[in-house]
Design a protein around this ligand. Sequence first.
Ligand code: BG6
Length: 475
Amino acid sequence: MHHRSLKHFPPGFFWGGSTSAYQVEGAWNEDGKGPSVIDMGTRVPNTADFKVTSDHYHHVDEDVALFAELGLKAYRFSIAWTRIIPDGDGEINEKGIAFYNRLIDALIAHNIEPIVTMYHFDLPHALALKGGWYNRDTIDAFERYARVIFQAFGDRVRYWLTINEQNMMILHGDALGTTNSVDTHNPYKSIYQQNHHMLVAQAKAMILCHELLPNAKIGPAPNIVSVYPATSKPEDIIAADNFAAIRNWLYLDMAVYGRYNTIAWNFMQELDCTPVIEPGDMTILKHANPDFVAFNYYSSATVQASVSGEDARNSTGDQQIVVGESGVYRGTSNPNLEKNEFGWEIDPVGFRSTLRQIYDRYQLPLIVTENGLGAFDKLEADDTVQDPYRIAYLKAHIEQMQLAITDGVEVFGYCPWSAIDLVSTHQGCAKRYGFIYVNRDESDLKDLRRIRKQSFFWYQNLIRTNGADLVESGD
Ligand code: BG6
């Protein structure tokens, strides 16, 4: 759609930055923190583990000062459940509460809005030993954890995100190390049972948040992308509908409307993996009303029809590279798009389309909680990092976001991944995303020095002008 003029970013727009606890904090076993499934998981050989990461735990004041210098209006981070309740459902660890109090207070002192993810992949290991999300008791543990953090931080935190990328945990649990199949005969059965329990836990947390914190806002944070058919063949269109339902709408239809998406439900029926729904679950799901939809976006997805009986899961995709499902959809690449160094397709226009689709479907304000480019940044001899490729990626996406806003989509924030370098979910710390370089490599912690990248200054200027300088401040 052509627009005669573009709408401005709204006043008070949350230009932010994102991280997650296990990827940035380090201090994995300090001050009473319990182990999470990430701490106990296996790592890809020769990549960094999550013990120290960017050592944000010990650099918190310095990092927040840098975020303030960058000009961030919001900082989206996650709380490590195991810092607050080390075994997931037992004693509360006051030192864990103290750490987040310190972080939140520092943010507020710098006029940076804290946006808190309650759970970002790092389930307490002690709960995993009891069956993890397969065990219904984990719902109660999550609700109790929610109560603890709402009571501890709700006087200052106004924006809450429930579960980061639940859909990726379900679709790529093996890659993320977060879902263990309990039923080996039909792994889908246990995976979609875990999914159901997470959905109920999320609903309970949203209800509780509204009860305890009437002025706070809460929403889900899945990874949502436009799904394209590989061709205009009707069968490919159906495949795209299938994947969009299984990947996107299953999660948001439940979070917003409290009902299972029809196509996704039928997919589960075909695979004999519909979850056991206890009496009362659907009432809880129906009564949980998010105030907004948060979502992460890195790339679009393209699929084609899959013939029943074929092995459609024939590639080793990570959480962004689509694989397939026999007779349902088959992932393919999009010849119109370039790829980043890690094989992820780059699709800014798909970002606009994703924003439009989500808003059209749910009519709730949107916030982008992740978007960014992983790359092998290089620290130059003069202590600078030149990352024009990252600026180009972010600029192209922000331009498309502005077009979406002009299309009428209500967007109130954009928090690129990542505010500062951190350890990638499964590709180590050589895959960098931040505006701030952290001087370490996979095995050598060096001095963990913080260095402002070229993109830091670009984003700083963009924020200063509330996005008005998008064109002028380009690379
Ligand atoms: C999202 C996650 O899936 O993508 C982040 O929420 C993750 O935790 C980000 O780091 C980028 O993925 P990766 O694999 O490059 O770290």
